[in-house]
Design a protein around this ligand. Structure first.
Ligand code: KG4
Ligand code: ZN
Length: 346
């Protein structure tokens, strides 16, 4: 089919990103992808500060777009459309992106397509692996945790998800409580590899309840209690204590994700998909033991496992450009009335 080249713009959380993606049929090529993280800006505050995020997006977004275009060796007029994250996310950042995209679309006459950030993540396996609908998607990051059946560019059913913290958030809080650097996931994973997961008893929240919903906030409480017990007993915490705490925490996250994925797969497979597949996205999918556990669950169920490369699993604009192309192909167009939406369930 006719090749389509889209600019993608992403500014819904703490990454400012722009990318150019070209699609021909079910094959796609990322011509450029610029991602500017804000980790250092927020480091001193122990979390993303919305005002700081909004200002950084406003200051950096047009430069990221310019660089994405020059890296791709294209002028705006040579593209076929502009895709922008219109939510969900921090409203200041989403507004920056939507306003910039509207300005670029007006100036160039190119079509504008608003993209749901979660749909961007959920469609990424089709960008990298030409995966056929319907597939099961586990989205696990610092801000999201849900099971989706992806049936089409605009057609997702949610099977369940975390009722409180996302797992990445739990990793980050664990790191903070143990004096490890942010983002906490990689640091906790490294410590956990040196620890004994059985020394401390961590709960497996909600495994006794039916369905695919999960809870991770209790793990943080359990960790705090175990840490304080160690500190009270020995008036301090050793490196081995810390490694054992990380190992216990991570093993609980892995067990919960694996068991809930088994259940989500059973629900998905009941619909007899012709080419069944389990795909993952989000920063937590970078975790070795999480990935291995999910791979095993998929293998036992006889289902293909697809994990896009990490730089596409975490927030980026190539996934937004791609989701824009997918929506455009279904006839979706947005006008100057496109709204920035802080909440926008799939
Ligand atoms: O997808 P992402 O970049 O951003 C959103 O949250 O949307 O995910 C970032 C999250 C952080 O919470 C980070 O700690 C977690 O993913 N993460 C990990 C690992 N690498 C990143 N969690 C566990 N193990 C890892 N290796
Ligand atoms: Zn995200």
């Amino acid at each position: 089919s006719h090749p389509l080249t889209f600019l993608g713009i992403e500014s819904s959380c703490d990454d400012t990103a722009a990318a150019v993606v070209r699609a021909v049929g079910d094959r796609a090529e990322i011509l450029s992808s610029v991602v500017e993280g804000q980790t250092t800006l927020h480091a001193a505050f122990g979390g993303v500060v919305p005002e700081i995020a909004a200002r950084a997006h406003a200051e950096r977004l047009d430069l990221c777009v310019e660089r994405a275009l020059s890296d791709a060796g294209l002028r705006l007029a040579e593209l076929d459309g502009i895709a922008v994250t219109a939510g969900p996310g921090l409203i200041g950042g989403v507004l920056s992106g939507v306003m910039l995209a509207k300005g670029l679309a007006t100036g160039s006459g190119l079509p504008l397509v608003g993209v749901n950030h979660l749909a961007g993540h959920a469609l990424t396996p089709r960008l990298t692996d030409a995966l056929a609908f319907p597939y099961l998607m586990l989205l696990v990051s610092g801000g999201h945790c849900q099971f989706l059946i992806a049936r089409g560019a605009d057609d997702f059913s949610r099977l369940g998800g975390s009722i409180d913290d996302a797992p990445g958030e739990a990793f980050d809080k664990t790191a903070k409580l143990l004096g490890l650097p942010q983002p906490g996931g990689p640091a906790v994973e490294t410590e956990a590899a040196k620890g004994d997961p059985r020394r401390f008893a961590f709960p497996r929240p909600m495994l006794d309840r039916p369905g695919c919903d999960m809870s991770f906030s209790g793990l943080k409480t359990a960790l705090l209690r175990a840490r304080d017990a160690v500190v009270a007993e020995k008036a301090g915490i050793t490196l081995q204590d810390r490694a054992d705490l990380c190992a216990g925490f991570q093993a609980a996250v892995v067990d919960v994700l694996a068991e809930k994925t088994r259940r989500a797969l059973a629900l998905y497979l009941a619909g007899t998909p012709p080419a069944p597949a389990l795909a993952v996205a989000g920063g937590v999918a970078a975790n070795g033991p999480v990935r291995e556990a999910l791979m095993r669950v998929a293998a036992v169920a006889g289902v293909r496992f697809v994990a896009p490369p990490l730089r596409l699993c975490t927030d980026n604009a190539a996934m937004i450009a791609w989701a824009g192309i997918e929506r455009f192909r279904t006839g979706a167009r947005d006008g100057m009335d496109l709204q920035a939406r802080p909440r926008w369930p799939l």
